[in-house]
Ligand binder design. Structure first.
Ligand SMILES: [Zn+2]
Length: 370
């Protein structure tokens, strides 16, 4: 074991006996009481020394036997300890790729805050490398989402889209001006390759993605209407297969992220559509007109700042989900409209008539029959 105090949290003495690790409340931890000698010992727990050497240095500093082991235990219990040798075989495979570690240093620091156990950062990155994600759409939102996911270490990112790149698809972080005229699917695949840190893991690599279905589909259509009012028929296969999917897009002056749909657990496209019809009987008639108008229109409104924010937030929510958490877009749509851009949460409830059965009470939940 080569213990290391997580470097991602800035250290400060609150008083003579208390150390605070971290500035922001979400991840800050207070450790105390800590005497001055133990405080100096903390500085040496930096991943360059094994336990034997640290024990010898503690003795040389005049600290009692067992003090180092106790400190390491306390740091671990507080989620502050990393171990540069921990994480298992997949983490070891990542350690053998220095170009990946260098590029993703800040992301590893961030993962170390979310995964509290020693080696959790590398385990988290190794898990990302074994994941396959599909992104539907390669416009201002979709291409940026795909680039960010690949850049953040997701092992395989596939982008599905038809037609050829137009000038309106070009966005910083997404498809570049040189890709105008190329097939969208090809240009997006090249973007994903360029965005990945080092060579992407291949099938068969110890740290590569397997043949499993995508862990997540990000639905980021160039036509924002398809994200705002998604077609239940398009989502039917994902709902049937239990594939989680996340909607994101820009429609007129409104950006939206969510919902993240967990089929059978949270509201799906069919639930959303039924709920809208319940609240507005004219909805189906208008939706037909909007869809045909959108098919005819050459260029829709889309604010570049808003589409970039939507892409960034959607990618971050996708990563949180892929890392094993449930982000705030689960069962909710976050919306921000120009020019104020307040992010607002719209909760989405499962509809009792939807065949996805998310509204059905879980078996054994003891629902009251009436
Ligand atoms: Zn549903």
């Amino acid at each position: 074991m080569y213990p290391k105090v997580k470097p991602a949290l800035a250290r400060a003495w609150r008083d003579l006996q208390t150390v605070q690790f971290g500035v922001t409340p979400a991840h800050a931890v207070v450790l105390g009481p800590v005497d001055t000698a133990t405080g100096s010992l903390i500085d040496r727990v930096d991943g360059t020394r094994g336990m034997e050497l640290l024990r010898a240095e503690a003795r040389a500093m005049g600290l009692a036997e067992g003090r180092l082991d106790e400190l390491v235990r306390r740091l671990a219990a507080a989620g502050l300890l990393d171990d540069v040798t921990a994480g298992g075989p997949r983490a070891q495979a990542v350690r053998r790729r220095p170009e990946v570690l260098e590029r993703l240093g800040p992301d590893l620091g961030s993962l170390s805050l979310v995964h509290r156990d020693p080696g959790g950062d590398l385990r988290g990155l190794a898990a990302r490398r074994a994941i396959r994600v599909q992104v539907r759409g390669s416009g201002r939102v979709g291409a940026v989402v795909a680039a960010v996911l690949a850049g953040a270490g997701v092992g395989r990112v596939e982008v599905l889209d038809g037609g050829r790149v137009t000038g309106a698809d070009v966005a910083p972080g997404g498809l570049g001006p040189a890709s105008v005229g190329r097939l969208r699917a090809e240009a997006a695949a090249a973007l994903v390759r360029e965005s990945a840190p080092g060579r992407a893991p291949r099938a068969g690599d110890p740290d590569g993605p397997g043949p499993a279905p995508p862990a997540l589909v990000v639905v980021a259509p160039r036509d924002g209407l398809q994200a705002w009012a998604p077609d239940p028929a398009t989502a039917a296969d994902w709902v049937a297969a239990g594939t989680p999917h996340l909607y994101a897009g820009v429609l007129e002056g409104t950006g939206l992220v969510g919902p993240l749909v967990l089929p059978g657990g949270t509201a799906c496209a069919g639930c959303m559509e039924r709920d809208r019809v319940d609240r507005d009987p004219a909805w189906p008639r208008m939706l037909v007109q909007w869809r045909s108008a959108h098919r005819r229109r050459a260029t829709a409104a889309c604010d570049l700042g808003l589409s970039t924010a939507v892409a960034g937030l959607a990618a971050s929510h996708a990563l949180a989900f892929l890392d094993g958490e449930l982000p705030a877009s689960t069962a909710a749509r976050w919306e921000a409209a120009l020019p104020g851009l307040h992010w607002e949460r719209v909760p989405l409830r499962p509809h009792p008539d939807c065949p996805c059965a998310a509204a059905a009470p879980a078996v054994g939940a003891g629902a009251v029959r009436s």
